[in-house]
Design a protein around this ligand. Structure first.
Ligand SMILES: C[S@@+](CC[C@H](N)C(=O)[O-])C[C@H]1O[C@@H](n2cnc3c(N)ncnc32)[C@H](O)[C@@H]1O
Length: 205
């Protein structure tokens, strides 16, 4: 199973949400790609964070495409069901847990993400190294703790694919230890020094 957990690296998620929300507010379709989402804690954390800060109209127009190579074919079902164990949900701040999860009558106890959050996320099985994007016009691509598994040349090609898949003003967020390869400096601008949050640039033709 992939290493991931709810409310991981909120420094990056919070800063990303703070930049994204005013820019996309009021749009009729807000497309986000969570690439390498594992079994769902990351896209659900993003959705819950955005639900806290976005007004209702924008949140209802949010479409998160969560993708993973999902070698064991298990993440899709987990994300679709949105059911997690007590161990998996233990890091979620209590007030958010109470708001966004319902306890199921199971033994051992399990907890289900409520429908308004689940409805915002669609899972697709997808291998980033095919370099075939799952869509275009994304306002945000979140790809954390995935690129480090790739060879440097593969990383560059995947980042170029992200660049093409982003809307002109789109954002890319990665984990803090993932520095942007210098070869791609013309494609992305880092927005703040202590967060790996980038804006897509239009390369000079
Ligand atoms: C360490 S987990 C990161 C999960 C989540 N993004 C996070 O930061 O908590 C890495 C994920 O990358 C996925 N992955 C690895 N190679 C991939 C590929 N070629 N295409 C898509 N996903 C891949 C793995 O299946 C795994 O779920």
């Amino acid at each position: 199973m992939a290493f991931t957990f709810f409310y991981r690296d909120m420094h990056t998620i919070d800063h990303t949400a703070r930049v994204l929300i005013p820019e996309v507010s009021g749009r009729s379709k807000i497309r986000v790609w969570d690439a390498g989402c594992a079994m769902g804690p990351e896209p659900y954390t993003l959705a819950m964070t955005l639900a806290e800060e976005m007004e209702r109209f924008s949140f209802d127009n949010l479409f998160i495409t969560a993708t993973d190579i999902d070698e064991q074919d298990v993440y899709g079902r987990t994300i679709h069901e949105g059911i997690y164990s007590a161990e998996e949900v233990k890091r979620i701040p209590i007030e958010l847990f109470s708001k966004y999860f319902e306890a199921l009558p199971t033994s051992p106890p399990t907890y289900k993400v409520i429908n308004p959050i689940r409805d915002r996320i669609e899972f697709k099985k997808h291998d980033l190294l095919t370099l075939q994007p799952v869509g275009s016009g994304f306002s945000l691509i979140l790809c954390k703790n995935v690129l480090l598994h790739f060879q440097p040349a593969e990383r560059i090609e995947v980042l170029k694919m992200f660049h093409k898949s982003l809307a002109p003003d789109g954002l890319l967020a990665t984990e803090n230890t993932q520095k942007l390869p210098t070869e791609l400096g013309h494609l992305f601008t880092q927005l703040m020094p202590d967060v790996q949050l980038f804006r897509r640039e239009e390369p000079a033709s």
